[in-house]
Design a protein around this ligand. Sequence first.
Ligand SMILES: *Cc1c(COP(=O)(O)O)cnc(C)c1O
Length: 392
Amino acid sequence: MNNIIYLDNAATTRISPAVRDVMEPYLGDFYGNASSLYGLGRESAKALAKARHEISEALNCEPREIYFTSGGSESNNWAIKSAVRFMERQGKRHIITSAFEHHAVLHVLEGLEKSGFEVTQLPVYENGIVRVPDLEKAIRNDTGLVVIMQVNNETGTIQPVCDIGAVTREHGIMFHTDAVQALGSVEVDIKKAGTDFLSLSGHKIHAMKGVGVLYINKKIRLLPFIEGGAQESGLRAGTENIAGIVGLAKAVQDAVNNVETKGKKLRPLREKIYREVMKLERVHLNGDYEQSVTGTLNFSFEGIEGESLLLMLDMAGICCSSGSACTSGSLDPSHVLLALGMPHEIAHGSLRISMSQYTTEAEIDKFLEVLPGVVDKLRAMSPLWEQIIKNS
Ligand SMILES: *Cc1c(COP(=O)(O)O)cnc(C)c1O
C-alpha cells in the first residue's frame, strides 16, 4: 500500500510518528487503570492529568473544562443533548444551526425537533459561509443554543466563529462549535471564540481513531453522559483510553504549533490543483477559494457521477472522496452541496481533495496527471454529458 496517494485527510489521517512514540509506553508496560491506587495506576493518572493540562493550554481554557470522549460524533452528541437539558431549565426551546453541519449534529437536532424543540437552519449561501446578520435576525427570546461548525468538512469553508461567539455572549445564548476540521488548519482559541462547547477528534489530526475531546465551559453544569464510575468528573464513565489520550495531547499540540508551517506548505499545492482542475471543461469549485482551509478543495464535474470518479481514481492508486465519508455508500447527493444551492445532478459529480502535512508536490502532480483522462473517459460514456453538450 506504499504507492497510495492519499488525498482524503478530511475523512481520516495517518498516525504521526511523534504520536506513536508518546503512545508506545502506554501500549506496553504502563497499562495501569488510572483509578487504581498503586504506583502503576498512578502513572496512568499522571499521564491523563498531563494530557488534559497540555490540551487546555493549547486551546486556551482550563484543564477541568476538557473531557475525553470517543471522538467528534460523541462530543457533538454530548454537547447538544446536555445543552438542551440546561435550556429546558431556563424555559427555552429554540436552537439555531446551519444547513450544512455534520450528521452527528444534524441527526441529533432532528431528534430534538420530534421532542418539541424548534430548530432554525441558517443559510450558507453559494460560498458555504453563514452570515452573522442572519444569526442576529434568527435569535428569539427562547433561543438557548447556537450550533455552528468552525470549518466545514466537505468544502473546507471557515465560519466566522469569533463573531458568532460575540453575538451569543451578548444574548446569553450557549454556543457549540464542531472544530474537528479546524484544528491544525486555523486558530482554535476557546477564549477568543467565546464558545461554551467545542468538539475535537483525534483521527483527523494524526492521532488514533476512537478518541476525542469535548470542551465544556465551566459555568455550565451538566448531567452525566455515560453513567457508571467517577471518570471525567463523574460525567462520562468508563476506564480511560490512556494511550489514545496521551497521543491525542501530542497531536493537539503539534496541530496548534504547525498551523503556519502547514499552511505555507500546502498553499502552493492548493493553487496548483485549483489552476489545473479549473482548466477542465465545466468544472465548479464548491465553497470559497479564499475563506477556506488550505488543505481542502471540493469540485463538481458536470456530466459525471462522483462515485465512478472515485472508483477510477482508486484504480490509479489515488484516494479521494465525493464528499463526506459518512454519506458514501448511499447514492444521495451531499446535504452540504445541496445547502450551497447546487442542483442534484451537479452535486452528484463532486470530488473532495483533502491534503495533510504529509502531502507532497509529486503526489499532487501525479493526481493532476491522472484526473483529466479519467474525466474524459467518464464523460465519453455519460448520456448526461451528451445532453449537456447538445444543449449548450
Ligand atoms: C470526522 C468529523 C466528525 C466525526 O468525528 P469522529 O471522531 O469520526 O466521530 C465530526 N465533525 C466533523 C466536522 C468531522 O469532520
